[in-house]
Design a protein. Structure first.
Length: 123
């Protein structure tokens, strides 16, 4: 697993806490802690590349950070969209509120321009 950043300089959170920061995709069920552990242990394949969640192993278990979770999401997004460098503008107020409540601001988490539903960007 690549060592991208020394996350020990960041505020560590448990994998359970990290799972609670993620939005639900399964009929309102939260992301399971084991899913976050798999992201750390096995990574996620995206665009032919495997992306790992940065974490540290402590005597009490595995820990990550909000910043590491943000980098993980950003890298997955970059690989899904061809490493575009523009920034996302989240227009859905419910999504903005959820990101703010979980401490994951749109500017630090997302990295691509996404038009509001029903609008198309023509370049």
């Amino acid at each position: 697993m690549p060592d991208l950043t020394d996350i020990t300089d960041e505020q560590l959170i448990t994998l359970s806490q990290a799972a609670k920061l993620m939005p639900s995709r399964r009929r309102g069920k939260p992301v399971h802690t084991t899913t976050v552990w798999r992201w750390y242990r096995y990574g996620v394949c995206r665009g032919g590349e495997r992306v790992f969640l940065e974490a540290v192993e402590l005597p009490s278990g595995v820990a990550t950070s909000k910043e590491a979770l943000t980098r993980f999401i950003r890298r997955l997004t970059d690989l899904s969209h061809g490493d575009r460098t523009d920034s996302v503008k989240v227009t859905n107020p419910n999504v903005k509120q959820q990101l703010d409540e979980k401490g994951l601001s749109e500017s630090s988490t997302l990295s691509h321009d996404v038009p509001p539903a029903g609008e198309v960007n023509v370049q």
